[in-house]
Ligand binder design. Structure first.
Ligand SMILES: NC(=O)c1ccc[n+]([C@@H]2O[C@H](COP(=O)([O-])OP(=O)(O)OC[C@H]3O[C@@H](n4cnc5c(N)ncnc54)[C@H](OP(=O)(O)O)[C@@H]3O)[C@@H](O)[C@H]2O)c1
Length: 334
């Protein structure tokens, strides 16, 4: 499927739920991708009005039903803490809106499956905003792996660790705080994407106040590959990644999930050991533009899932994340 919406299709009209930092970054990218931002919802009048004024959004409200009943909105972007995603996205789908939900789609595979069912019943599009899978750099890395540039792919390494300040939603169990769901989702998605289905999961980690705050993960993949992954909100963990195979490897430096540069160590002795081949695919806008364009193309085409990140891929990763968290909670000193 083309990632470009048909040029004669009217632009998709977006409603934004939540006025946090990610919404700040997302709104300009909606416009850069050719979309219209028609309305924003937030819980407090002052905050939502300030957000609308700062971003030139014509309508703002603290009444969710007002945004969901707005005939001038086609698709809703859910950018609130993870524990709120299921209810907000379900209400939007039931109100007849298409939905793009921030990662993680919900806090469990069962809840995410439920959301896909609700979308199907209401004949609406829904997708988890896993923007890494739409980044031109990552698409090129995936293409090279598929085309055998690295020989047989065998191993993925990746980490996302940063000391996020305590007190925010990432540290609150009631809001779905979880380093595995929030940060770990990127290396796990990368590993599954590049090495295929996961058949073995070993995880250890740390839990504070009912929230998993650090994880060290080993995955075994169906075709015999393996991954070593980690995430944390306690400390920095070198936020780079690499994929290795029988004929070489590709490094994706920090921040690997958002990067525009990689280095291919394959194809010649020089590239392997001296001068790797640079891959340069600069980010567009804040990095969300290619995903937003792809969502617009899918919705405009009448598709109910995006083949680039469909229900099967979302739920497969969600089940791996569930299992990792279960192991951490079972073994961690709380
Ligand atoms: N794709 C990316 O690059 C990226 C980056 C960061 C985060 N994220 C994801 O985006 C989502 C939001 O993360 P965040 O760090 O922005 O979260 P956050 O700052 O804690 O919350 C975002 C917004 O959600 C609203 N909100 C807070 N608590 C709420 C509640 N109990 N019920 C309903 N709304 C609530 C608030 O807006 P109002 O005050 O207007 O209600 C808040 O500004 C998460 O799923 C996270 O994983 C994605």
């Amino acid at each position: 499927m083309s990632s470009e919406p048909s040029t004669d299709a009217p632009p998709l009209r977006w409603g934004i739920l939540g006025t946090g930092r990610i919404s700040e970054s997302f709104v300009p990218d909606i416009r850069a991708a050719g979309g219209v931002v028609g309305a924003v919802w937030g819980r407090r009048t002052e905050t939502v009005e300030a957000f609308a004024a700062a971003h030139g959004i014509p309508r703002s409200t603290t009444e969710l039903d007002a945004l969901l009943g707005d005939p001038g909105i086609d698709i809703v972007y859910v950018a609130t803490p993870p524990a709120t995603h299921l209810e907000l996205a379900a209400r939007a789908l039931q109100a007849g809106k298409h939905v793009l939900v921030e990662k993680p789609m919900t806090t469990s595979a069962v809840d995410s499956a439920r959301l896909f069912e609700i979308a199907a019943v209401n004949d609406r599009f829904v997708m988890e905003a896993m923007w890494m899978k739409f980044n031109p750099l990552h698409l090129e890395v995936a293409r090279q792996v598929r085309d055998g540039v690295l020989g047989i792919p065998r191993y993925v390494r990746g980490a996302f660790g940063m000391p996020f300040p305590s007190g925010g939603s990432r540290w609150r169990a009631d809001l779905g705080g979880s380093t595995v769901l929030d940060q770990g989702i990127y290396p796990v998605t990368l590993a599954e994407w590049l090495l295929g289905p996961v058949v073995l999961i070993t995880a250890t980690g740390a839990v504070r106040d009912g929230v998993d705050v650090a994880a060290q993960i080993t995955l075994g993949h169906l075709d015999g590959g393996s991954s070593q992954l980690a995430c944390s909100v306690l400390e920095f963990l070198d936020p780079s990644a690499s994929i290795s195979g029988t004929a070489g490897w590709i490094e994706i430096p920090a921040m690997f999930w958002a990067g525009g540069v990689a280095r291919v160590h394959a194809g010649s002795q020089g590239a392997l050991f001296g001068d790797p081949i640079p891959l340069l695919r600069p980010r567009e806008g804040n990095g969300y533009v290619p995903m937003i364009r792809s969502v617009a193309a899918a919705v405009t085409a009448g598709t109910r899932e995006n083949p680039e990140h469909d229900a099967a891929a979302t739920l497969s990763t969600a089940r791996v994340l569930d299992n990792i968290r279960q192991q951490i909670f079972a073994n961690a000193e709380q």
